[in-house]
Design a protein around this ligand. Sequence first.
Ligand code: AMP
Length: 273
Amino acid sequence: MKIISNPLTLKKHLKDIDKTVGFVPTMGALHEGHIALIKRAKAENEIVIVSIFINPTQFLAGEDLEKYPKKDEADKKICELAGVNILFVPNAQEIYTKDEVKICAPNVRGYILEGATRPGHFSGVLTVVIKLLHIVNPTKAYFGKKDAQQLNLINLMVKQLFMNVEIIPVDIVRDNDGLALSSRNIYLSKEQRHEALKIPKSLYTASQLISKNILKTQKIKKAMLEVLTPLSIGYVEILNRNFESIAEIELKNTIILVEVMVGETRLLDNIWL
Ligand code: AMP
């Protein structure tokens, strides 16, 4: 596995490679969720590139940028074992300069849900993703459905800016107890982790109701809120895949999204129906 930190070195290295490239952007502290993306990229491409970059522009003031988990050595090992060809580990000075050209998240879809409590977060995400995609120029790039709003906005960006990459969504990987894997789960105490299980339980409750043909979103939301209480709920939303409100579940076109704060830790989860 080659480890490259300089963007221009990577671009140069890739210039003469005439192979399909699968790209998995991450912020490190890799877990089975990331590995699922890497495996999928491995299966579908001749070369796999993983980036690890804790992108400062997607953190708002007061968020966990400074304490975001770093596991450089373990991450390297994981990538090596997973058969990654190139690990790209730029530092912030190599990605950003002064007086930057920026991408702005769209006014509506970038400022609802997570974007409502974290205004500007998705502009930071889109800015770094477009930079990384231009550096790597992959055939396909892999993103988790866990970050459903991020995935939706990246799809919008690629379409609206007529970019050439194919975006591949990958299913959520969960721990045995049902909690969606996240690098931030290590912030949780044992008790908090137990509390956090209310999140997948609430989604399970929703899917049970839907399987009994209860399709009114207000009713489903109410039942989910009962399961989640007394956690500090950011949002429980039932939307179509364009991220618009719906009164009734539309099968194959619905996402149920939950954001909850457990202590200081923001946890996201969702199901796609
Ligand atoms: P992060 O390192 O948290 O920025 O995540 C990097 C990529 O991994 C993003 O596309 C995430 O959506 C994806 N990801 C994170 N957790 C999971 C999970 N539990 N299952 C599937 N994909 C995930």
